[in-house]
Design a protein around this ligand. Structure first.
Ligand SMILES: [Zn+2]
Length: 299
């Protein structure tokens, strides 16, 4: 069987796939921080999966990590939320498991998972992760697009308003500064992972400031959809991450912005951007699933 893990800042999802890429086991557990903690979390997850199923030996392990991963699929350069820096996770894990290991950025792994969960039918698929930050992944002709140094898809730091709010990266008006959960929480004045949901609740209850923020979130997400489509001609943009769990409550205002922009441009209208956007189902294991697929592919 092939194992995939999505190591998040607070929790880790792990799945095991059989030879037909069907899910045969899954487990979720809290992530322990630091290099030793992450290793222990992964080993505990592996034990949990092998206890659950009889699909044979583990043939490969793929790991999605929230941070910058070297294109070689081995070294995690920075994973701030986990307290990791320059960790050769592949070498460490291969030493203790004797199984081939591949490490990938979690958003890129989720992009591959979203592609596979849609049946592998998209010639060009974009995945937009809306979590604490905003980043995208793309699967082109069945392969993840990584770029020369793994930076491909970091469109959260594309500025859409040079006079907009300051972003953590130092620029102003980044997509992430409007639609990232961390930035929304700061502007909303209430820290925590649920800030975007609170903003949407308040907007629906008639709060004017929340309605304005909801409009900006939708505009920023719509901008990301436009960028992905214009740069890569993706036929589908899948929205994932905690914010995407809003489902139709997010999709509707995003589609409204895209349709509004299309009324002013025959070109944009011809691209039918609103029709290309969908959300991952709530509780989707796309990132862990994609990590398992990364593990079986040559890097
Ligand atoms: Zn930025």
């Amino acid at each position: 069987m092939r194992v995939g893990l999505d190591v998040g800042g607070t929790k880790t999802d792990a799945v095991a796939l059989d030879a037909h890429d069907s899910l045969v086991a899954r487990i979720r557990l809290p992530t322990q921080p630091g290099a030793a903690g992450v290793l222990e979390t992964i080993r505990t997850a592996l034990r949990g999966l092998t206890d659950q199923c009889t699909a044979g030996d583990v043939r490969s392990i793929g790991i999605g990590m929230p941070g910058q991963v070297d294109p070689g699929g081995s070294v995690v350069r920075h994973a701030v939320n986990l307290g990791l820096q320059d960790l050769d996770l592949r070498e460490l894990l291969e030493r203790v498991t004797a199984v081939p290991v591949s490490v990938e950025n979690d958003v890129k792994a989720a992009a591959l998972g979203a592609y596979a969960l849609r049946g592998g039918v998209d010639e060009a698929l974009g995945y937009l992760n809306l979590g604490t930050g905003v980043a995208a992944g793309a699967v082109l002709n069945g392969e993840l697009w990584r770029g020369s140094a793994g930076v491909a898809g970091e469109i959260g730091h594309l500025s859409i308003d040079p006079t907009g709010p300051l972003c953590a990266c130092g620029q102003r008006g980044c997509i992430e500064a409007y639609a990232g959960g961390g930035a929304v929480a700061r502007r909303w004045g209430r820290p925590g992972a649920g800030a975007v949901h609170e903003v949407f609740d308040a907007a629906e209850a008639g709060d004017r400031w929340a309605q304005r923020m909801r409009g900006e979130i939708a505009w920023a997400v719509a901008s990301a959809v436009r960028v992905l489509t214009l740069s890569l001609d993706v036929s589908t943009v899948v929205l994932g991450g905690g914010v995407a769990a809003l489902g139709g409550r997010l999709l509707d205002p995003v589609a409204e912005v895209l349709e509004q922009e299309a009324t002013a441009s025959h070109f944009l209208a011809s691209l039918r951007l609103a029709d290309r956007v969908e959300t991952l189902p709530a509780g989707s294991l796309a990132a862990a699933f994609g990590a398992a697929l990364v593990g079986q592919r040559p890097h």
